[in-house]
Design a protein around this ligand. Structure first.
Ligand code: FBP
Length: 699
């Protein structure tokens, strides 16, 4: 290669085509920035007002009524369009100062929430100002903000992530933090603060709304999280918000990548791809990926928890006893289910495949759930009693294990009740160190266990690998041999397939396309013995080369590749659904602010239907609260929505699961959902979970 002079490179860099090829901007990005999401009809009119929807009711927790008295009776409000302003205390088109903050993990569409609020505000009054608090709630506490301008908004329209203002997980949960938030909102002369976040952040929004109620500072929440666990129903199960924003994009992004792995493994036929997908607790993302891609095995945490072993119950009943282990699944049970699928596919020559498991799976497994609760309590108690941080006091795994050991010893010596006893300690010490470390990781600022930091897939697949070895030793796990290939290989080796077939295979003769080597054959030694016993060879004869080749092809090698889908989906550019949903959510936020609401969550009803049926709403947050254990204490929080295993979407998934395992000879059933789009109608216009649930409802 000839040496280029630096001056030549400088000149080359000035070439317009080189500049274009190396620019941060490209055609796809520019087109995305120009995309204008359609508006719900109510937003096509110059004014909006709110109408109370009388048909909804909530089962209010007494503690929510006591703690959130000024917002607990907020109604569900429908936004309606109008051509003239409603007479009211405050004019609709008054100059407003609004702050907005992202809270929690990024979710595709957040920028369009800002764009929607910004556009609606500036249309109503060009002097209104929107401030973005930087790096999440810390920005509110430290008065760290930026004025959001049209130029800024235009740089991020329809783009994923939360890059424009960043995000963070700090909680505004103490009187001191509330006071700082109040002071900073006042200093900016804010009329309203918009909190874009998940269940915990919307919980925060409700408490802040109560706190700032008499200051006249309105607080509006926006349902964000790729986990899809903010779904709102009233006490009669009427659906008000079918899905948080960001879910569809993340699920589609994961699905596209996982479907590529399906293509890979069915081409090279040597790997099982193990895909852990995000969703801290709920398995909505795993379910949607299952429906989008049809992987061979998809685990759903909620189903694992609800599992009932009817056979065990029947046996126990016969003996007049109760078998408590018949409820829920153990780690071992889950790993055996996976092994079963792997063994069945191998029998038809498919020693490859794709497994999808939700990152929160362990939360639904009995023994792990117990450890998580106990360790949460121990850490929270320690922090409270010593007014310090458990993780700083015990930085290494050994330090932590030592502390637990001391707790167990004390419980035994003093014969007192302790949350951690010798039995817990013994069971815990059987777990591999990386998993112990995972279970002892720092909780997030909301006290949540950080599932994304635990190698769920490795824990489960470790057990799967061990059990597969046992099954291989027992001769159960074998790769089926294609009949035609068997014949050709034998004939090429000058051997009669009919002589060796019955000795070698358990289903020979017969019609099966795949032949299974006999269970007794698990090594060259047992192969020789089996052939000799059947008279195919004599005791002193060597195993013929062709037979050895066939035997070796039947010995499964279990090779895996692990993948984690999570952070990539949070930063993905949004789908049409999320672009449109979030832009209209932003407009909904403005309507709620302009019409004087506080303590409401902006939402869109009928997301599960087609776009022309979408109805922007304000949903009261306070009545959605219930008591949950957090950091060892019962706290009022917004209820998380888990996968409903009675829902039509789950039932369809469950009915298709055997087919998608594809443990029959022939093609797999993988589906290619294709890359994310933001324009054009397609079956991807909504999450499949929503499509199925809606189809079942509307008949
Ligand atoms: P939010 O609930 O804040 O939207 O975050 C969800 C999530 O993406 C989970 O799926 C995941 O377990 C978690 O965030 C990861 O958090 P972190 O960014 O702290 O690693």
């Amino acid at each position: 290669m000839s040496e280029a002079h630096p001056a030549d490179t400088d000149r080359f860099l000035e070439h317009p085509e080189v500049k274009k090829a190396t620019s941060d901007k490209n055609t796809v990005l520019n087109e995305r920035l120009q995309f204008v999401p359609p508006l719900c009809e109510v937003f096509t009119t110059p004014y909006t007002r709110l109408e109370t929807e009388p048909g909804y009711g909530f089962k209010i927790h007494p503690s929510a009524r006591e703690k959130l008295p000024d917002i607990i009776d907020n109604p569900v409000q429908r936004i309606v369009g109008g051509t003239s302003p409603e007479p009211g205390a405050k004019p609709y088109d008054r100059q407003l100062n609004v702050g907005i903050v992202f809270s929690g993990g990024p979710a595709p569409g957040g920028h369009n929430v800002i764009a929607g609020v910004f556009d609606a505000m500036s249309e109503a009054n060009a002097d209104s100002r929107l401030f973005g608090f930087l790096w999440g709630p810390d920005g509110v506490l430290e008065n760290n903000y930026t004025a959001i301008t049209r130029e800024k908004v235009n740089e991020f329209r329809n783009l994923g992530g939360f890059t424009m203002i960043g995000t963070g997980r700090t909680k505004i949960d103490t009187p001191a933090k509330m006071a700082r938030a109040r002071e900073n909102c006042r200093q900016l002369n804010l009329d309203a603060l918009v909190i874009v976040g998940g269940d915990d952040s919307n919980t925060n929004a409700a408490f802040l709304a109560q706190e700032l109620y008499n200051d006249g500072i309105q607080i509006i929440g926006v349902p964000k999280t790729i986990d899809g666990d903010i779904q709102v129903r009233d006490k009669n199960s009427n659906l008000l918000c079918a899905m948080s924003f960001g879910f569809h994009t993340a699920a589609r992004a994961f699905s596209h990548n996982i479907s590529n792995l399906c293509a890979d493994c069915s081409s090279d036929v040597k790997y099982w791809h193990i895909c852990k997908v995000m969703g801290r607790v709920a398995s909505h993302l795993a379910l949607e990926v299952g429906l989008q891609v049809h992987p061979n095995i998809t685990l759903i945490g909620e189903e694992v928890a609800d599992f009932v072993d009817t056979e065990r119950i029947r046996k126990a009943e016969e003996q007049g006893t109760t078998d408590y282990t018949a409820y829920g699944m153990t780690l071992r049970h889950v790993s055996r289910l996976i092994c079963d699928g792997i063994v069945r596919r191998a029998a038809v020559g498919k020693n490859y495949g794709v497994i999808v498991m939700p990152e929160g799976l362990l939360e639904f497994i009995n023994e792990i759930q117990v450890f998580i609760i106990k360790l949460n309590t121990i850490i929270a108690d320690y922090n409270q009693t010593h007014d310090t941080d458990f993780h700083s006091e015990f930085p290494t795994l050994d330090d932590k294990l030592d502390y637990l050991r001391r707790m167990a010893r004390m419980a035994r010596e003093n014969n007192t009740f302790s949350v951690w006893n010798t039995r817990d300690d013994d069971l815990f010490n059987v777990l591999p160190p990386f998993f112990q470390e995972g279970l002892l990781t720092e909780r997030d600022s909301h006290g949540n266990f950080q599932f994304s930091q635990v190698e769920t897939d490795k824990v489960i697949m470790g057990l799967v690998r061990d059990y597969l070895e046992i099954l291989a030793e027992r001769g159960v796990y074998k790769v089926g041999i294609e009949r035609g290939w068997y014949r050709r290989t034998m004939e090429k080796g000058g051997l009669d397939p009919e002589t060796y077939g019955p000795a070698l295979f358990r289903n020979y003769p017969g019609e099966d396309r795949f032949l299974m080597v006999r269970e007794a054959v698990v090594s060259m030694k047992t192969l020789k013995q089996t052939l000799a016993k059947a008279g195919a060879i004599t005791d002193d004869q060597e195993i013929p080369g062709a037979v050895e080749k066939i035997y070796k092809a039947s010995v499964p090698k279990f090779k895996t590749q692990n993948h984690f889908y999570g952070y990539d989906g949070r930063g993905n550019d949004p789908t049409w659904f999320d672009c449109t949903y979030t832009y209209n959510l932003g407009r909904t936020v403005f309507s709620l602010v302009a019409n004087g609401c506080t303590g409401q969550m902006a939402a869109i009803k009928n997301l599960e239907g087609t776009f022309d049926n979408w109805e922007p709403l304000g949903i009261p947050i306070a009545p959605l609260m219930h008591l949950e254990e957090r950091q060892g204490k019962l706290s009022l929080v917004l209820e998380k929505s888990l996968v409903d295993i009675e829902s039509p979407a789950f039932r369809v998934f469950s009915a298709m699961r055997d087919k998608w395992l594809a443990d029959k000879p022939g093609a797999d059933c993988y589906r290619r959902p294709g890359p994310i789009r933001y324009s054009g109608e397609s079956e991807d216009a909504r999450p499949i979970t929503l499509i199925l649930n809606e189809l079942a409802r509307s008949g």
